[in-house]
Design a protein around this ligand. Structure first.
Ligand code: PLP
Ligand code: COI
Length: 340
């Protein structure tokens, strides 16, 4: 187990640390039994667990933020609860109520409060709720028992550059099928993205940008974040597709761009052969926050957006607004911030 004094809060990446406490509940005989906070970071499960064989597993990702005055707050945790409910419904797993989800998140943050990074450099405490099918099941059927667990890890940047742009590449592979599970945060989507993601890394790119699984003509999303572009006319554009994850960050940016920055916004088709319309582009998500995309490689052509070394002005503004709200420096829309 890691000790607070061993954590270098100024140089965090996105790596697992075994913190003192995690929360767990077990679903058995049709009901959740809360075990509460546990110290053991390992789980003892059946070799016949459906999560291991058939991918009956989903997860969430959200963050706790330390404000300037030292308080701790969450950003729209109910949205993560709702999305997990949808992921669970898709995989025939039992749902966790929004209250149980949010209370459990808060309990993990409070128990590990020493590990919420200090205000000032963008580091946060990342919360990872998971649900897995456990128990003994051999045939392809949903499990009879489930574990809902939430652990926490202090994190810094997901993509190395932070607010410095990095480059991405399209992939010839799909992470999710048309009418598959792309809109749910299920483990299988990420399993499918491991090989393309590693190939992208080996070629010097931060991650893949996936194209639509029907024709490979439209941008879908990044393997770990949604995509957005800013057009020459200052419109915030982001793909609309049933096979991408509905990103809490993306919907927050759509709202803030329209209501705080007076921009036009559009959720629609983003054709890979029409990138010239964009003056800026980025990846957005809880882990990614807003990560500017310097250039996007597609079938040997490299398209540079604003710059490969400098963040564009609109992306910068969106970043300051979003993180300002998340860290409590700017008042956000009603209900977005929940004190812990
Ligand atoms: N798309 C994918 C594939 C993701 O893994 C994530 C991360 O959660 C996102 C998008 C961004 O979603 P959110 O903003 O809710 O974190
Ligand atoms: C998140 O942003 O919370 C994610 O889940 C992205 C990635 C780490 C899988």
């Amino acid at each position: 187990m890691v000790k607070k004094e061993d954590v270098d809060f100024n140089n965090l990446g996105f790596d697992y640390l075994n913190l003192p406490y995690r929360y767990q509940a077990i679903y058995r005989d049709g009901d959740w039994q809360e075990e509460g906070l546990l110290t053991d970071n390992e789980m003892h499960i059946s070799e016949a667990a459906t999560a291991l064989h058939y991918g009956q597993a989903d997860f969430e990702g959200l963050k706790a933020y330390r404000t300037k005055s030292g308080q701790i707050q969450l950003f729209r945790p109910e949205e993560n609860a709702h999305r997990m409910q949808k992921s669970c419904a898709r995989l025939l797993m039992p749902q966790v109520s929004t209250k149980m989800f949010v209370d459990a998140v808060k309990s993990v943050v409070r128990a590990n409060a020493d590990f919420v990074p200090p205000y000032g450099n963008g580091a946060t405490l990342y919360l990872r709720p998971i649900m897995i099918g456990v128990g003994d099941t051999l045939g392809v059927h949903p499990a009879s028992e489930y574990i809902f667990r939430i652990f926490a890890v202090p994190v810094g940047n997901y993509f190395k550059g932070g607010l410095t742009p990095t480059n991405f590449t399209t992939s010839q592979y799909d992470r999710a099928a048309h009418k598959g599970t792309g809109q749910n945060k299920v483990g299988g989507n990420y399993a499918a993205s491991l090989m393309p993601g590693e190939q992208a890394h080996q070629n010097g790119y931060s991650d893949c940008v996936y194209l639509d699984p029907i024709e490979h003509k439209k941008i879908e999303e990044v393997g770990s974040a949604n995509f957005f572009g800013i057009t020459k006319d200052n419109v915030f554009v982001t793909p609309k597709s049933d096979s991408i994850l509905p990103s809490v960050t993306k919907y927050s940016l759509l709202y803030l761009a329209a209501n705080n920055l007076g921009m036009q916004t559009k959720e629609g088709d983003v054709f890979i052969d029409q990138l010239d319309q964009f003056t800026e582009a980025g990846a957005c998500g809880t882990a990614a926050v807003i990560s500017p995309i310097g250039a996007l490689e597609h079938e040997g052509n490299v398209h540079v957006f604003y710059s490969e070394t400098e963040v564009g002005p609109v992306t910068q503004k969106l970043y300051e607004l979003l993180t300002g709200i998340q860290f409590g420096d700017i008042e956000g829309p009603k209900g977005w911030i929940l004190p812990v």
